[in-house]
Write a protein that binds this ligand. Structure first.
Ligand code: BES
Ligand code: ZN
Ligand code: ZN
Length: 481
């Protein structure tokens, strides 16, 4: 959806609308802010989030000042980029943003913010909708910087943020059309365009391959499930091992027979945000020149109630032969992930990272902005946490206590799909997942909170955020060295 074209320019072009970043306090970034005295006289202090439209030299040169705060970090630049895009007058189609002496890393964050802040989802608007009136009309943005170190970071920021917008598109499309089949078609197109192998299993194959978790969840739905595996192999100089990325792809979670409430169901088209993040991240690997092999696994189905749906009390056998008693059909994410994780381990992955909108309990614990991270290898957990820090996606580690395994003990099967009532629901979900990764180093990221934004804040839009794409890309980029 993002139609923002970005370019790098070494110097300011005359006649193109200028945006200037301003630090809070007496100093000015690179001394490049025109008429700073007037801006300050108008009450503009450079505080983060502040914007002012002013004049530069003559009355013809209108500029937009954007405040960065006093000690801006990458996140402040990301927010400023979005703020700049959203503050532009409707009739401005081209602009240049003057970044002064800002570090290349911060300018890259600004570029991310501009792309993410410019994003909106209008595909489902009616014929009378006038995009011109409501959109920021800007379609071209030049970043003015003479820093030679910026080029690679700039290109990377464009690729990664555009992928995050792709994830948002996939998430925001309604479940009426974003079915497992449609998702798998998009996956196939993206794979083809990027020289990746894409294997798609339909219902019959899913059953024949023993994906008992995915089968159990899809049983109640009249749309076909899909299991997608995408394989990326580097062109040359491959780092050892294969990273498996696993995504929960519930294209609609009604809860199944353990039906959700009306309110609880309202946003459940976004329950495929994990799979969307995996697919979107994989779409960048060739462009980023990632040097490690990556396999993406996406388990796609609706979770619906019907006469053929899985019933509380039913027991299924997952791909690795372990049985799960389904006591609540709304705890379906872990069932489809059980199969996907088993396959990743079976295929010989050296590391597994899964992303899933898995538990409401994680939203209670960490809120809407922070994802929960759990894993069986502290080394891998640390690497993922570091990637989150570098990408500006907040992650927080939660424990995987051995002692809580008793919470998922079943009387009749190897485990049950719910934990103790009201106690550590995020951990019991992760403890179940752990049963399917064998001995492979594995990290689970519960993105139930940050996968969706409740409003247009910073560089987010209300709806799918594409959370996780930047962290995965950072994680894989770090393997280059
Ligand atoms: N998709 C939901 C989790 C979720 C909730 C994601 C809110 C985003 C926002 C998941 O399938 C679910 O329903 N989990 C249950 C598990 C419970 C029945 C053990 C939950 O969290 O309530
Ligand atoms: Zn559910
Ligand atoms: Zn779900």
């Amino acid at each position: 959806m993002s139609k923002l074209q970005l370019s790098l320019d070494a110097s300011v072009q005359k006649g193109v609308f200028e945006i200037h970043l301003v630090l809070e306090g007496p100093s000015v970034l690179g001394g490049s802010v025109p008429r700073e005295d007037l801006a300050r006289a108008a009450g503009f202090t450079g505080k983060a989030g502040q914007v002012l439209v002013g004049y530069a030299e003559g009355l013809d040169d209108v500029v937009l000042y954007v405040g960065l705060g006093s000690e801006p970090d990458a996140e402040a630049f990301r927010a400023a980029g979005a703020q700049a895009m959203r503050s532009l007058a409707k009739d401005i189609a081209r602009a240049q943003i003057v970044v002064g002496e800002s570090s290349a890393g911060n300018v890259a964050a600004l570029v991310e913010g501009a792309i993410l802040g410019h994003y909106r989802y209008d595909a489902l608007r009616g014929a009378g909708f006038d995009a011109e009136k409501t959109l920021p009309s800007i379609s071209e943005l030049a970043v003015v910087s003479a820093d030679p170190e910026l080029r690679p970071l700039f290109d990377r920021a464009v690729v990664v943020s555009s992928a995050q917008c792709l994830a948002r598109d996939l998430i925001n499309e309604h479940a009426a059309t974003m079915t497992p089949e449609r998702f798998s078609q998009v996956a196939s197109e993206i794979s083809q365009a990027n020289g990746m192998e894409c294997r798609i299993w339909d219902r019959a194959t899913i059953e024949a391959e023993g994906l008992g978790g995915l089968m159990a969840v899809s049983r109640g739905s009249s749309v076909e499930p899909r299991f997608v595996k995408i394989s990326y192999r580097p062109n040359s100089g491959s780092v050892e091992g294969t990273v498996a990325l696993v995504g929960k792809g519930i294209t609609f979670d009604s809860g199944g027979l353990s039906l959700k409430s009306g309110d609880g169901m309202m946003t459940m088209k976004t329950d495929m945000s994990g799979a969307a993040a995996v697919l979107a991240a994989m779409s960048t690997l060739r462009s980023l020149g990632i040097g490690v092999a990556v396999d993406g696994y996406m388990a796609l189905t609706e979770n619906m109630p019907s006469g053929s749906a899985t019933k509380p009390g039913d027991v299924l056998v997952a791909r690795n032969g372990k049985s799960i008693e389904v006591l609540n059909t709304d705890a379906e994410g872990r069932l489809v992930l059980a199969d996907a994780l088993s396959l990743a381990a079976e295929d010989g992955a050296s590391e597994i990272i899964d992303l899933a909108t898995l538990t409401g309990a994680c939203v209670v614990a960490l809120g809407r902005e922070i994802a929960g991270v759990m894993g069986n290898s502290q080394t891998l957990v640390d690497a993922v946490l570091k990637s989150g820090e570098r990408s500006g996606e907040p992650l927080w580690q939660l424990p995987l206590p051995e002692r809580y395994k008793k919470h998922i003990e079943s009387e009749i099967a190897d485990m049950k799909n719910i934990g103790a009532p009201g106690a550590a629901g995020t951990l019991s979900a992760a403890l179940l997942l752990q049963e399917f990764v064998a001995q492979v180093p594995w990290v689970h990221v519960d993105i139930a909170g940050p996968s969706r934004s409740e409003g247009d804040e910073r560089y987010f839009r209300k709806g799918g955020t594409g959370f996780g794409v930047r962290t995965i890309c950072e994680f894989l980029l770090a393997k280059q060295a």
